[in-house]
Write a protein that binds this ligand. Sequence first.
Ligand code: QAP
Ligand code: CO
Length: 168
Amino acid sequence: MAILNILEFPDSRLRTIAKPVAAVDDGIRQLVDDMFETMYEAPGIGLAATQVNVHKRVVVMDLSEDRSEPRVFINPEFEFLTDEMQQYQEGCLSVPGFYENVDRPQRIKIKALDRDGQPYELIAEGLLAVCIQHECDHLNGKLFVDYLSNLKRDRIKKKLEKLHKQNA
Ligand code: QAP
Ligand code: CO
């Protein structure tokens, strides 16, 4: 197991579109394990492979209080089940220290492969629906800050760039 480096906004590698996983093999399971270790250590509730500079369609998530409900989504696809939107204050391990409200569809159906490569389906609402949409956005090179005004996004970009310069 290994803790992986997390890319931070505005790193252009976060804009890469991830490729579908052709076969869920031991290499993918190693990636999944390393992503869990990285997410739990952060700590975070969701992590997409894009954020650790691996451009494959893999997401890990655990929304439980006691970190006992690991979820794996390989090649995830979803469809909206409603026009109703919900607002949630989102954060992101790639945008540390910033939280902003984002509107997203409230109810979705997800199809994905699990850790063994078995397909499954899930109907999600609430935080699970928010988190899956947020993580799938990463696989398409999209970040939650893209839903904010240019002014808000630019402010976050400048603050993070300043921090990155100080840490360099
Ligand atoms: C995505 O985000 C998410 O700023 C997962 O300093 C978040 O795990 C989806 C984190 C909220 C829906 C709602 C963020 C940790 C973790 C930070 C995360 C930070 C340290 C974010
Ligand atoms: Co994120």
